[in-house]
Structures are given as structure tokens and as C-alpha cells.
Design a protein around this ligand. Structure first.
Ligand SMILES: Cc1cc2nc3c(=O)[nH]c(=O)nc-3n(C[C@H](O)[C@H](O)[C@H](O)COP(=O)(O)OP(=O)(O)OC[C@H]3O[C@@H](n4cnc5c(N)ncnc54)[C@H](O)[C@@H]3O)c2cc1C
Length: 459
């Protein structure tokens, strides 16, 4: 944007009051900035909470850390359900529980997306942030320090002056689109051949959970999978990740009978718990999943992207929101160090985050294969046991990859590179054996010494 007509750079304009935008606005307000947020949707707090669908997300250490920094951790954890591990459902309805962490202190948490977003917006307003609802950003005038918003009710368009703009408008970001159109950033979007559909297991009698409450349920079926996360009201939000085309696929489930037959055959213990399965299946949209990358994320000191707008990832590591929240933590640190030089702040922010956003994008894709193909595999389970044993023997040196990502704030790029080395070690130790008792601990000692000497520093 032009520097010809100076405006106070104590005023910050955010586009999008989703999870990242609302959280970031709190950080900024706490630093004394005047923050205005423009949100396309209406105020969800004013609308009736729908009794039907509740969408939830897995919140883990990075996200919790950010919430703690803005003083919201306790409040959010009150609405969170800890999930200690994966409950794997086989084709015969058999169950196997595999914990996520070394003990019960290492859990991920199921939180309602809507409730969390509302809490963040309410806190933002308490801190003096002004949120303008029903304002859809339609573009940005880089030459005139102006962002264009359309009132979604009257359809009137207005240009709003803004010297520092942060695009937190999600994976289809209008800000990013204009950066791209004006050749200010390069962009790629890779769609997965799989889409997703949200379904429901309602509460049982008296609000009872019909499946184990403190677990993320997973029905891994190789080419596709169903997962379910618990909600406070006793229901579970299920998500079917499934190919768009081919056999089997969304395209092949055309009739009510197709859907019932498929679920009864593939998810025999879940289907009877889903009385509205067929209605939900046809009423709920089929979502697409994509990895979005772009570079640079910022235009000098005037515009920057953050959260999904900069780096949307597939959801298989449960890290999109956690990563977006960590963006807020890091941007806040950059502001602390470099204020009021926004060009340097955005440059440093991107330098610190891009490499990590790329790493978690790769890890998330890799985890899809792990979840749908490997979790039920005995070799995979043996490796998990050996990982935990190595973590106990070599604390701070060997940390399972899942734990580095979900229970630590070790940079994602380090988790990725370190994870690759550890995978080689596990491969060498576990390939010739079938049980934990057979591990050659002398070899383990040598491998750790040769490949992983230094301790990891947690963020
Ligand atoms: C199926 C699924 C499951 C997921 N599960 C997890 C999980 O378990 N854990 C996890 O950490 N992450 C998960 N994620 C990822 C997570 O949802 C995103 O990473 C997170 O929502 C990103 O936050 P954001 O604020 O950047 O974007 P969003 O949450 O998308 O918010 C963007 C906001 O901008 C607004 N907006 C959009 N365009 C405009 C415009 N033109 N003008 C004004 N406002 C606009 C939108 O209305 C919205 O409020 C999942 C994603 C999917 C699809």
C-alpha cells in the first residue's frame, strides 16, 4: 500500500473474525492497538444455537498456550473434553485403545468450534476491539490504503482506510486473492482426492455418551475412514473422509439404501447409533480439503496474511487451528521486538512461520495415511510402544513425532526433520522383532547417540 498518505499505525484492521482473527485481535488490543475486525458472517452469538449439528476441533498444546497468553485458557478448558487416545473400531466392532501421549497429562481436547469462536469474540470486545459483522471484504486497493467491504445485507460497498491490514479470512482469503491478482504473491492450492462429510451420533438416554467419552474414535478402512469426537451434550460429531469418485466413493452412494448398506457393512457398531444417518448424509454438504501455500505472506509493512489465509492444511493432524493460534503467539512476539516497524515485523513473522507452516502441511498429509491405513497395524502399534519406551529412557532427546507436534511447542519443522530420523531408528529397531521385550537396547543406545544426540528445546 502507498506510504504517501500517512495514517496512524496504531490502528489495525483485521479481515475475518474466525478463530485466528478473534484471537489475534485480543493480543493486539492487549498491546494497546485500536483494532477493527470485519467479518462476513452475522454475529453467531445473536443467533439461536442450533440443536442439531455441532462441529468440534481438537485443541492441543500450541493452541492452549496462546489461549493462556490472552488469559482464556481456564475458560476454554471448561468446555473441553480431553481425548486420551484413539479408540480404533475394527470391521467386527472390536475395539482397541491406543493412547496419544506417555501418560494422562498428554491429551488432546475436543472443543466446539462455535463456542470457542464466541468466547474469543466476547473477550475481544471486552478488550475494546470493534467487530463489524455482515461485512464481506471484496478486495483491497493497495495504492490507496483502502480495503473494500460489502454490507452483506444492503449490498452497499464501502472503501475503508487502513494502513495496517491483517488477512485472517481463512483458506479462501479475499486479501490473498487480491495479493495474487496484483502479482504480490505466488499461490498454490492442492486439493485432496478425498472430501469430508459431517454426521452425528446423538446422546443416549439422559445425555449419556454412546461411545467412550475420552477418546477420538476412528474406523480406519484403508482407502477411507470415519472419525468421531465427543461433545459436551453427550453427542459425537462424526466425519467421514472419503473419495469423491471411484469405488467406493461419495459418487457411488446415491440412494438411501446405498448409504445404509455401506455404513452397516463398514462401520457396523457406529451405524445403529446414527438414527439420522441417511437424512444427515444427504442434507449435509460434502467439504473439500486442500493444502494452500503462498509466498510472500506480506506486502511491505501494510498487509499480512495469518492462519488459514496464509497456509491452509488438511485436518489429519488436528493442527490447523493450533498452528493459526501459534501464528498469533509468534506475531505478538515479533511486534514486541520490532514495533512500530511493521515491514520488519511482517518480514520476521513470515521468516519464522513459513518454514513451520510448510512442515505441518506435509505432516498433516502424511498423517492421513497413518490414520486410515496404519493405526490398526500391529507393527505400527509396536513402534508406538517402542517410541514411548525410548522417550522414557532418553527424555528430551527422543520424543515421539505425534507428541512433538501435539504436546510440545517444538517448531513443526524440527518435529518433521527429527521425526524422519526417529522413523529410521524405529524402523531399524522394530523391523526384526514382534514385541517390546525383544528390543535390542544396545542398538537403541547406539542409534540415539549417533543420530539424535542433542536435547530438544521446547518453545
Ligand atoms: C473438517 C475439518 C476439521 C478440522 N479439525 C481441526 C482440528 O481438530 N484441530 C485444528 O487445530 N484444526 C482443525 N481444522 C482446521 C481449522 O478449522 C482451521 O485451521 C482454522 O479454522 C483456521 O482459522 P482461521 O481463523 O485462519 O480461518 P477460519 O476459521 O476459516 O476463519 C475465517 C473467518 O473469516 C471470515 N471471512 C472469510 N472470508 C471473508 C471475507 N471476504 N470478508 C470478511 N470475512 C471473511 C469467515 O467467515 C471466518 O469467520 C479442521 C478443518 C476442517 C476443514
Amino acid at each position: 500500500m502507498s506510504k504517501s498518505t500517512p495514517m496512524s499505525n496504531n490502528c489495525i484492521t483485521l479481515v475475518g473474525a474466525g478463530l485466528a482473527g478473534s484471537l489475534l485481535s485480543i493480543y493486539l488490543a492487549k498491546r494497546g492497538f485500536d483494532v477493527e475486525v470485519y467479518e462476513r458472517r452475522s454475529d453467531m452469538r445473536a443467533e439461536e444455537i442450533s440443536a442439531g449439528r455441532s462441529i468440534n476441533l481438537a485443541l492441543s498444546t500450541r493452541g492452549i498456550h496462546a489461549l493462556d497468553e490472552v488469559g482464556l485458557k481456564q475458560e476454554v478448558m471448561r468446555i473441553a473434553i480431553p481425548m486420551k487416545g484413539r479408540m480404533v473400531h475394527d470391521l467386527n466392532g472390536g475395539l482397541a485403545f491406543h493412547r496419544y501421549g506417555k501418560d494422562d497429562t498428554e491429551v488432546i481436547n475436543s472443543v466446539s468450534r462455535g463456542e470457542l469462536n464466541m468466547k474469543l469474540m466476547t473477550e475481544a470486545e471486552k478488550q475494546g476491539v470493534q467487530i463489524h459483522f455482515n461485512r464481506r471484504c471484496t478486495g483491497i486497493d493497495f495504492g490507496a490504503d483502502k480495503v473494500i467491504f460489502q454490507d452483506t445485507k444492503s449490498k452497499a460497498e464501502r472503501k475503508t482506510r487502513a494502513s495496517v491490514v491483517i488477512g485472517t479470512d481463512g483458506s479462501a482469503s479475499a486479501i490473498r486473492n487480491d495479493m495474487q491478482r496484483e502479482d504480490k504473491c505466488a499461490f498454490s492450492q492442492d486439493f485432496l482426492e478425498h472430501g469430508y462429510k459431517e454426521l452425528t451420533i446423538p446422546p443416549g438416554t439422559n445425555g449419556a455418551f454412546q461411545l467412550e467419552k475420552n477418546a477420538l474414535h476412528i474406523w480406519p478402512r484403508g482407502a477411507y475412514m470415519l472419525i468421531a469426537l465427543p461433545n459436551l451434550d453427550g453427542s459425537f460429531t462424526c466425519t467421514l473422509f472419503f473419495s469423491f469418485e471411484g469405488q467406493p466413493s461419495f459418487a457411488r452412494l446415491q440412494t438411501e439404501a446405498d448409504v445404509s448398506r455401506f455404513f452397516e457393512a463398514q462401520f457396523p457398531d457406529a451405524a445403529p447409533l446414527m438414527p439420522t444417518l441417511v437424512e444427515d448424509f444427504f442434507a449435509n454438504p460434502t467439504g473439500k480439503l486442500a493444502t494452500v501455500k503462498c509466498q510472500p505472506w506480506h506486502v511491505a509493512g501494510s498487509v499480512c496474511l495469518l492462519g488459514d489465509a496464509a497456509h491452509a492444511i488438511v485436518p489429519f493432524f488436528g493442527q490447523g487451528m493450533n498452528c493459526a493460534f501459534e501464528d498469533c503467539t509468534v506475531l505478538n512476539e515479533c511486534i514486541g521486538k520490532l514495533r512500530p516497524d511493521w515491514a520488519s515485523i511482517f518480514k520476521e513473522f513470515e521468516a519464522l512461520r513459513k518454514v513451520n507452516a510448510d512442515a505441518i502441511a506435509d505432516l498433516a498429509l502424511a498423517n492421513y495415511h497413518e490414520m486410515r491405513d496404519h493405526v490398526a497395524d500391529p507393527k505400527f502399534q509396536l513402534k508406538r510402544q517402542v517410541e514411548f519406551a525410548l522417550e522414557e529412557k532418553y527424555p528430551g532427546v527422543f520424543i515421539p513425532r505425534y507428541s512433538m507436534v501435539s504436546f510440545h511447542r517444538i517448531p513443526y519443522s524440527v518435529a518433521k526433520s527429527r521425526g524422519e530420523i526417529q522413523a529410521d531408528i524405529l524402523h531399524e529397531l522394530c523391523d526384526p522383532i514382534d514385541t517390546l521385550e525383544q528390543v535390542d537396547w544396545m542398538s537403541a543406545e547406539r542409534l540415539i547417540r549417533d543420530k539424535l544426540q542433542e536435547k530438544l528445546l521446547d518453545g
